[in-house]
Design a protein around this ligand. Structure first.
Ligand code: 4NP
Length: 145
């Protein structure tokens, strides 16, 4: 799960998908294309919205996306088109590029296939992001499980 800062959207995506799949079978992690918050906890608003839905994000620490993630992961879900471009720009081979997907493409949403960045908005933005990711992670989990 990849977003820009790895403190708002991708930690939520990580926590939500982890809550829906068997941890013994699937390794799920998140990262940011930017490195401003490395080592930090997720944003307090992501922690709080996840908590209201019974998901704990406080074991997560921000890290930056690495080229080695192309080797370690089978699927790389990105939150928006800008993340897509940033991750694709690091791909070494066609094989790497094929792993990268917009997470909302799983949902076939009519309105948009981007998870909006809630960083500069209010709490409702985080609930909105939670709902979008929850729906798309239901579909991802049903394919994985
Ligand atoms: P995220 O949101 O990509 O959903 O984690 C952001 C968090 C921090 C920043 C940008 C986006 N930032 O510029 O620090």
């Amino acid at each position: 799960m990849v977003c820009l800062g790895n403190i708002c959207r991708s930690p939520l995506a990580e926590g939500i998908l982890k809550s829906k799949v068997d941890a013994n079978k699937f390794y799920i992690d998140s990262a940011g294309t930017g490195g401003w918050h490395i080592g930090e906890l997720p944003d307090g608003r992501s922690i709080s919205v996840a908590r209201t839905h019974g998901i704990d994000l406080t074991d997560q620490r921000c890290r930056k996306f690495s080229i080695l993630d192309f080797d370690d992961f089978d699927i790389i879900y990105v939150m928006d088109k800008s993340n897509y471009r940033d991750v694709i720009s690091l791909a070494r081979l066609e094989k790497d590029k094929k792993k990268v997907r917009l997470i909302l493409d799983e949902l076939n949403a009519l309105e948009s296939n981007e998870v909006p960045d809630p960083y500069y908005g209010g709490d409702m933005g985080f609930e909105n992001v939670f709902q979008m990711l929850n729906k798309t992670c239901d579909i991802i989990a049903s394919k994985l499980n």
